[in-house]
Design a protein around this ligand. Sequence first.
Ligand code: ATP
Length: 233
Amino acid sequence: MTVEFPLYHLGARSLKKRLLAKSSSRLRDDANRVVVSALRDLTFTINPGERVALVGSNGAGKTTLLRCLAGIYEPVSGRIEMQGTIGALIDPAAGMDQDATGRENIVLRGMFLGRTPAECEAMAEEAGQFSGLGEFLDVPVRTYSAGMSIRLAFAAATLMSPQILLMDEWFLAGDADFLSRATTRLEQLVSDADILVLASHDMNVVQRWCTRVLKMDQGRIVVDLPVNDFFAS
Ligand SMILES: Nc1ncnc2c1ncn2[C@@H]1O[C@H](COP(=O)(O)OP(=O)(O)OP(=O)(O)O)[C@@H](O)[C@H]1O
């Protein structure tokens, strides 16, 4: 699988930029545009029961890969086959109606999943308690702080018990109280889910949560090892 993003048209740009595109390994001159290769020729399989850590330096391609697995981006070549329901904790605003309240957002998701109105209401109550949003559950999401948005998104995604859980590690950010509740819930989710894919810079988190490590560099997978072998190497 390969993913590329167009950056700018060459015609409007300087000679310097043309030369940059020619000399860089990730920037490419394509039909009068410069494109960045975010993911390059990835091939891998993740089996049920695996908890995979995506590691690598800034810009390596971890978030782009998570977004592809979530169906947010499509590869320009190659294909992705996924089997199972997907829960994505990648971007807290994704899938949230910013003008609706937290409660309304949870109810909408429940309805989308075919739950009854009573079940949706129960889900919203549960999300409210778990997130600790209190009366803020009933104000528009656009007024939430970054931390509040994360809490709501975490509650919403984890209510669904997905078979495949995709997560950027900063979803585990927050105050100590939320973190301990989030960790407990995540532990349960991961044991219920078939697969976890977690992008992380924190090797303690990787060791604690994961069974396999995919290390990325410049859009490629450069290491694929069981977690113990990764830390022993
Ligand atoms: N929407 C976009 N438009 C243009 N380029 C993008 C876009 N998204 C990602 N890229 C580029 O793709 C490459 C991979 O980015 P990505 O965000 O996947 O890296 P990452 O490994 O998650 O980094 P970090 O650890 O900093 O979060 C980078 O070179 C980035 O500039």
